[in-house]
Design a protein around this ligand. Sequence first.
Ligand code: SAH
Length: 215
Amino acid sequence: MDWESLRNEMVETQLVRRGITDEGVLETMREVPRHLFVAPGMESRAYGDHALPIGEGQTISQPFMVALMTQALELTGSERVLEIGTGSGYQTAILSKLAEQVFSIERVESLTARARAVLEDLGASNIAIRSGDGTIGWKEFEPYDRIIVTAGAPEVPPSLEEQLGDPGIMVVPVGSQGLQQLRIIVKSEGEVSVRDAGGCVFVPLVGREGWSKET
Ligand code: SAH
């Protein structure tokens, strides 16, 4: 397989044509080998325009959604980012190239272990991953310049809003278990502003400040 051509084509047809303009995001998605993050046997579908199963009932997000959320974070390279829902680790890898440090929490232990192994193989050294309930954040390293939640929440988890620094940006899908709005929360000079950036569908965020279970 010519993975590099598949990546370039993915970036042109799925991202550039749909309005992703952040050069850092586009460049990074041309580089990161997405096929290493999908379930074994699914490599040939890794660059398609869709989410894919990664086991444990979870999914690796569609490339466009990864790009849209990452672009919304407005990363400049100096940020400390908290990610909730490591999943495959693909989004984590993208963040690690565009920010200074990434802290990532995944609820399912087997996924945490697999993501950690793939990211280590790729030589990423600015990532800390742990298994646990990310809805309550990661107190030890707060505040975060950016927070990204890649599972659907019933509401913005208050602990995450608290652990977001000022200035800070958080991206989080909020809505029902079947459909969410991509919410962008910006903290600046003591004020919080919120806007919705369109519909999306994520697996549920399950935890103390999320859904009590998947239905
Ligand atoms: N960005 C990931 C998305 C994985 S799907 C990727 O593209 O691969 C969302 C992930 O969120 C799932 O792996 C799920 O197990 C995880 N998740 C759900 N609730 C969580 C919680 N409370 N804390 C941490 N991770 C959670």
